[in-house]
Structure formats: structure tokens, C-alpha cells
Write a protein that binds this ligand. Structure first.
Ligand SMILES: Nc1ncnc2c1ncn2[C@@H]1O[C@H](COP(=O)(O)OP(=O)(O)OP(=O)(O)O)[C@@H](O)[C@H]1O
Ligand SMILES: [Mg+2]
Length: 259
């Protein structure tokens, strides 16, 4: 067994990357799969969204910041969550400084990949949450992954930047990681009361065809509230529309990644 590594990415900010990474990881673990969520964004939203105090170094212990600097191993950074089969490697805002240091280190593009190699036999899925930029951290994420999952917010300008993201993906495939594939594009914060949401979803489908996930993630207040309670929406209100959508998305992800 070797983990399927999925990088949730889009250099556009606030499109639902972290929400998707946390909730996908939660439902994968709930199905039965041993899942590791790697918070690879210095904002640390996946870390705090799971109730881990990202500014309290003592509570946090070893983080991805230590891992990319080569001071600790990824195994050291992995902690269990409250949920069975669900593990987290958290981060701190210092990951931003570590990224600058990394730029002068050897193997700067493959630091995450090499770290993941040491634990890939221990998990079925590894989900990487990435920052809103096409930075060294994001490129590390792409090189370390089998798949990219791109959340696109159903709003005006939604697809702006996605072409550039796909260019980066192509470059990574050519230079460093030929096995990288696009797992799919998921429409997020879908508001069925507005025609804009359905127009944007149609546009996504025109562009990405069968790579567009059938599940759309609705704009749902329970989804937005859950992180402030430090839990995935499925644990906060499993009957909410948002929780149901992430459960459905997870099914599609499993279907697409079954070997
Ligand atoms: N389906 C949804 N319904 C309502 N609110 C949502 C939904 N998805 C995400 N949000 C909220 O929108 C904001 C942005 O979401 P999120 O943090 O997941 O995006 P992101 O792409 O990770 O952002 P960043 O680029 O800053 O990392 C958050 O406040 C989140 O709680
Ligand atoms: Mg985020």
C-alpha cells in the first residue's frame, strides 16, 4: 500500500481550499481510510480549523516548519486528531520564513516529496492544503502529489488564474513529476438562488468536461461556522447541506482514485 497524495490547490485566495482539504480528509477517514492531512500553508487554517492552536508552539509540538527545514522528520510532526484514522501534520506562521530559507537549500523543490516518501506506506490518502500562491511551497506540494484537486469558487472571475495554474502543473509534470494528474475541479460556495453560480458551474464544465466533479459544494453557514469550533463540518452538523456535499465529493474522489 502506498498513499494516494492529493494536493488541494488554487493560487486564488479564499476559494475553499482549506475547507475542502479538511472535510475531504475527514470523510476519507470516516469511510475507513487512514488519512493524513498536511497543512502546508503558513496561514495554518487547517491546523486551527481542527482545534490545534497554531500560535502555541508548545501545544503544537513539531510542525511542517521543522520538517521542511530538515530539523525533524514528518513522522515527528504527525499527530492523531479526535477522529479515528485521521492524522494531522500542522503548521505555524513561521512556515513563511522557512520557505525563504528553503530557497537557498539543496533539493528545495522536493523537500515535501522526500518527507512524504518516509510515511507513504502508513496511509491510504495524504491530503495537502496549499497557500494561495504559486510559490515554492505550492510547487513542493505539486511535486509531492499524484493528483491536484482544484476548488473553484462559483463567482465572477472564478476561472481567472486557473490557466496559469494548469501551466505550472504542466511544467511540474515535464520537469519533476510526470505522474501528476488533475483529479478534478470542484465548484465551491455554490448559491442555487443566483444564476451566476450555475453559469459559472456551466463554464467550469465546458472547460474541464468529465474532470468537473458532479458534486457542488453549497454556500452553507454550517461550513463557515465549523472551523471556529475546531471541527470539520461533518462532526459539527452532519445533517447540514455542506456536510452532505463533502461526503458526496469524497465518494467521487474515492471512485477516481481507485486503482
Ligand atoms: N461552502 C461554504 N459555505 C460557506 N462558507 C464557506 C464555504 N467554504 C468556505 N467557506 C468560508 O470561506 C472562507 C474561505 O474558505 P477557505 O479558507 O476554505 O478558502 P481557502 O482557499 O483555503 O483560503 P486561502 O486562500 O486564504 O487559504 C472561510 O471563511 C470559510 O469558512
Ligand atoms: Mg486556506
Amino acid at each position: 500500500m502506498t498513499a494516494q497524495v492529493i494536493c488541494v490547490t488554487n493560487q486564488k485566495g479564499g476559494v475553499g481550499k482549506t475547507t475542502t482539504a479538511v472535510n475531504l480528509a475527514y470523510y476519507l477517514s470516516k469511510v475507513k481510510y487512514n488519512t493524513l492531512l498536511i497543512d502546508f500553508d503558513p496561514q495554518g487554517n487547517a491546523t486551527s480549523g481542527l482545534g490545534v492552536e497554531k500560535t502555541n508552539k508548545n501545544a503544537l509540538g513539531v510542525t511542517m516548519t521543522d520538517v521542511v527545514l530538515g530539523e525533524k522528520t514528518l513522522k515527528d510532526a504527525i499527530r492523531p486528531t479526535k477522529y479515528k484514522n485521521f492524522y494531522l501534520a500542522g503548521t505555524t506562521p513561521e512556515l513563511a520564513n522557512a520557505e525563504v530559507e528553503m530557497a537557498n537549500m539543496s533539493k528545495k523543490f522536493v523537500r515535501l516529496r522526500d518527507a512524504i516518501k518516509t510515511v507513504e506506506k502508513d496511509f491510504d490518502y495524504i491530503i495537502i492544503d496549499s497557500p494561495p500562491s504559486l510559490s515554492l511551497l505550492t510547487v513542493n506540494g505539486m511535486i509531492a502529489s499524484n493528483y491536484l484537486l482544484i476548488p473553484v469558487q462559483t463567482e465572477f472571475y472564478a476561472l481567472e488564474g486557473v490557466a496559469q495554474l494548469l501551466e505550472s502543473m504542466k511544467l511540474v509534470m515535464k520537469q519533476a513529476n510526470p505522474k501528476l494528474r488533475l483529479l478534478g475541479v470542484v465548484a465551491t460556495m455554490y448559491d442555487k438562488r443566483t444564476s451566476l453560480s450555475s453559469q459559472v458551474y456551466d463554464e467550469i464544465k465546458r472547460h474541464f468536461k468529465q474532470l468537473t466533479f458532479k458534486t457542488t459544494i453549497p454556500r452553507n453557514v454550517r461550513v463557515a461556522e465549523a472551523p471556529s469550533h475546531g471541527v470539520p463540518v461533518g462532526a459539527y452538523d452532519k445533517f447540514s447541506k455542506g456536510a452532505k456535499a463533502y461526503k458526496d465529493l469524497t465518494k467521487e474522489v474515492i471512485e477516481r482514485t481507485l486503482k
